[in-house]
Design a protein around this ligand. Structure first.
Ligand code: ADP
Length: 191
């Protein structure tokens, strides 16, 4: 079973991806985590993307597409994967669709977590406060946060109608508690 999780920063994608990993043994592919690991590790890729990620802008599509298509075909994804943080532009969604059809890999569910944008600032502020100091994200500061939300509105929100047109999008209320959202996700997967 392969799943795409969509939703703005702070919607709970990471939390629900972990639920899916624990419950169904799916591999979580978080592009944000992959980029942060590359930055932390000081690789060429990390150096290339650091300023972009810290500023809350999107890493160029070609880099992200290359990163995710290489990753998706590795053996640990054969039992199913969850995409968390990808696709983030319509071009990424279209290219993913093409690459997966060539490889005969099917996306079974596209789930969007719907959260009021004005509640997100508070959620991410809390996440930043709760994180141990050494794990705090550079891009969780106030100014960058607002920028990430506007980048979401402009570049990522159009991915939802793309999947809606394909008839595969399920939108769930992301304002519920994490457990309630997990239950709703389980219901979608059981359909
Ligand atoms: P959040 O969902 O909390 O905004 P992520 O951890 O998913 O954060 O991503 C952090 C940052 O990594 C993004 O702000 C962006 O700079 C970069 N990034 C992650 N995924 C992508 C992607 N698919 N395309 C472009 N940039 C990405």
């Amino acid at each position: 079973m392969n799943i795409i999780l969509l939703g703005p920063p702070g919607a709970g994608k990471g939390t629900q991806a972990k639920h899916l990993t624990n419950t169904f043994g799916l591999k979580q592919l978080s592009t944000g985590d992959m980029l942060r690991a590359a930055i932390e590790g000081g690789s060429n890729l990390g150096k290339q993307v650091q300023l972009i990620v810290d500023a809350g802008d999107l890493v160029p599509d070609n880099i992200m597409i290359e990163m995710i298509t290489t990753r998706i075909t590795r053996a640990d994804c054969a039992g199913g994967f969850i995409l968390d943080g990808f696709p983030r532009t319509v071009l990424q969604a279209e290219t993913l669709h093409e690459v997966l059809s060539l490889k005969k890999i099917k996306i079974d569910h596209v789930i969007a977590l719907d959260v009021k944008l004005d509640s997100l600032l508070g959620r991410i502020r809390n996440r930043a406060l709760e994180a141990p100091e050494d794990q705090r994200r550079q891009d969780d500061d106030e100014k960058t946060l607002k920028h990430r939300l506007s980048v979401y509105k402009e570049q990522t929100a159009p991915v939802l109608p793309y999947y809606e047109k394909l008839g595969v999008l399920k939108t769930l209320d992301g304002m519920l508690t994490p457990d309630e959202v997990s239950k709703k996700i389980n219901e979608v997967l059981a359909e």
